[in-house]
Design a protein. Sequence first.
Length: 348
Amino acid sequence: MSDIPHTLTITRPDDWHLHLRDGSALQAVLGHSAAQFARAMIMPNLNPPVRTLDDASAYRERILAALPPGSDFQPLMTLYLTDHTTPEEIVRAQASGIVHGVGEAFLAGATTNSAYGVSDFERCHEVFAAMQEVGLPLLLHGEVTDPAVDVYDRERVFIDRHLAPMVARYPRLKVVLEHITTREAVEFVSAAPAQVAATITAHHLLYNRNALFTGGLRPHYYCLPVLKRELHRQALLQAATSGNPKFFLGTDSAPHAVLLKEHASGCAGCYTAHAALELYAEAFEAAGALDKLEGFASFYGPDFYSLPRNPGRVTLQRQSWTVPERYPFGQADLKPLRAGEALGWRMV
């Protein structure tokens, strides 16, 4: 038992895929992420979405104004890709220094607030060419929306239909396949050129699709892309703990009011920001790879985005604690993942 660590200290990490919402919802959840991460890539799918540099600048100011006193958390902004995005807007965004990607880029209808998304990536040729030229990464929600494709196959089909041709057509375009969920995604990213990477969530490392149905229908485990079979979870866990710098942390923490999650047509998204590092530590410990967590959480993301690694450190302590059943969420409540359950690590 003496070789089991009781504390784990790592370079301060970043979250490379985060949903913060806006208004009172933003005020409610921002503190959780700011307590754990130095920076986060902020997803733009508000309603209406963040489509221009002016939108991104205004949203960034609202985030900074909502930070807890004394916080030095940095929001890294993104633009929402639409059929009407222009190359000129891409050039402006890249030159601003506050926009670090275009995404989470959707095919229309892929997930929450995706109605404004792209109808066909073929319409984006000039935009992708501009992104490749100025070095602005494309962050992809990798699922097709073809109703003929089974929901569990949408990521695999997206890779074949869209991602592989895109990578071949734009060989200098940086691409991040966000919140990957399948063995096929791991294999594609691993074999792709160096400018292709992927984020992985804690919930996809910890759970397979059985979690959706254990003891009844469990809406707080419903996310998009959906949890997959155990063989895919194992592939993700192997990728995350491999030390391959193509794979790094992105929580995809997505807050929704309880009444909208526990609804006849419940929203997709798992809220994990309240215990993000603790959940990742649990997954890495189960794989016998706690020594690999620092690279995945703190090094590979900044390196991919050509940003400096953070100078600070954070410490996780082996300590059992119970996740609250709910958190305030504006005029509603928010139920986090693992609500009312024990976690074995806690950030101090």
